[in-house]
Design a binder for this molecule. Structure first.
Ligand SMILES: *Cc1c(COP(=O)(O)O)cnc(C)c1O
Length: 395
């Protein structure tokens, strides 16, 4: 028996649900790539991305997923043999570091335990020992989608300033942009890297880089530059060069609509919606975990992201069975654990085009699965989520 037929929920941390209006915006024939409205569209999107990154910096759009934007960020500001410091707090910064290593950069990791945010004090201590200023760039993610930690980017910048260190600060906001505040200029971030398919509610395949003044100065000297990613080539006024070839038109049409929707709601309201729904998830997980059994992966409540929550199952938990039940019986696809967490954890995504029924439905299915599979948990998680939302969203 299943209760699956109906609208299915994809509750993984990217790609996220694409609004119907965004899907429909792509349902049209291509337009000319050399003249006409497409040229204005690119300029508008570059401006709107500045509004979202909260910066006056240059912005670039790539026909690539987030990994492409990682490569764009590294190759535009660094030279072979330079050192980067990777601040690990889960899988993603480490992956960016592996890419750096293959590009010929020297990579030093500040390892994390996947259960907590990067310690600004530890960074400051490390930077104080870098007397010769060998570290050219620091790589960090704002939200790590594997561990579901949120790093305190302003505190990271403060630690760099306290140590008097001049490295570039490169921040991956792929799983956080348009789900929580990010203030590129105010926080002193030199390069921001984002993707379309998470908070920006668009199809995968587009990614973005914002490059501040210091990054542009480093770009002038960088020798890892290649034509496809190169910012200078993309500054050419001939529109074709802005994408180093044919623009990904339909993805741009989709992004245009998605950004319109975000601005119509208002970014502050978008953040608040994410915060409320994320807290509903946390109330549910808190209840399920009350007698042991389940557990938050991120111990410190202040370091839990508003876009995704990683939940650990107890010793006897079998994440594969739980995920299969949710998908096959109920039509809700949750995120699986990543890396070491693969059989012991599941992830609930709560970012992008998401409202109360979607999150309550997802939580309801998880609680149903815990009961059906006999996984030890304290019932009442969904009720706790409802109570939180009822109190936070007044009549
Ligand atoms: C999803 C994600 C990536 C990778 O993006 P792709 O589009 O899959 O290449 C990188 N960093 C973070 C934090 C992510 O969540």
């Amino acid at each position: 028996m299943t209760v699956r037929n109906g609208r299915e929920f994809l509750s993984i941390p990217g790609p996220t649900t694409i609004p119907d209006d965004v899907l429909n915006a792509m349902h049209r024939q291509p337009v000319d790539i050399y003249t006409g409205p497409l040229i204005a569209l690119t300029a508008q999107l570059q401006d709107d991305l500045r509004r979202i990154f909260r910066t006056d910096a240059r912005t670039y759009l790539y026909a690539a997923n987030g990994h492409g934007a990682w490569e764009a960020a590294l190759t535009n500001v660094l030279s072979k043999g330079q050192k980067v410091l990777v601040l690990e707090s889960g899988r993603f910064a480490a992956g960016w570091g592996r890419m750096a290593s293959m590009l010929g950069l020297e990579v030093e990791a500040m390892p994390g335990d996947w259960r907590s945010a990067v310690e600004p004090a530890a960074l400051e201590a490390r930077l104080r020992t870098d007397i010769g200023g060998e570290i050219a760039a620091i790589l960090i993610v704002q939200v790590d989608t594997a561990s579901s930690v949120v790093n305190d980017i302003p505190a990271i910048r403060k630690a760099m300033n306290s140590a008097g260190h001049g490295a570039l600060l490169l921040v991956d906001v792929i799983a956080s942009l348009a789900t929580m505040p990010f203030e590129m200029d105010e926080w002193g971030v030199d390069v921001g890297v984002a993707g379309a398919q998470k908070g920006l509610m668009s199809p995968p395949g587009l990614s973005f880089v914002a490059a501040g003044k210091k990054a542009v100065a480093a770009h002038d000297k960088a020798d890892l530059r290649t034509l496809y990613w190169d910012w200078t080539a993309r500054e050419n006024e001939f529109h074709y060069y802005k994408y180093c070839g044919t623009p990904p038109e339909h993805l741009l049409f989709a992004l245009r609509k998605a950004i319109d929707m975000l601005f119509e709601e208002g970014l502050e309201a978008v953040f608040e919606r994410h915060r409320l729904l994320a807290e509903a998830v946390r109330r549910a997980v808190d209840t399920w975990s009350a007698d042991g059994g389940l557990e938050f992966n991120i111990a410190d409540p202040d370091a839990r992201a508003d876009s995704v929550t990683t939940v650990l199952l107890g010793k006897d938990g079998d994440a594969g069975r739980l995920l299969a039940y949710c998908t096959e019986r109920c039509g809700v696809t949750l995120g699986s654990g990543i890396g070491d967490l693969s059989d012991k954890a599941f992830r609930i995504a709560h970012m992008g085009h998401l409202n109360a029924p979607m999150i309550l439905g997802t939580l309801g299915v998880i609680e149903m699965a815990l009961a059906a599979l006999g996984v030890a948990h304290k019932p009442g998680g969904v009720q706790a989520a409802i109570d939180w939302l009822a109190q936070s969203v007044p009549a």
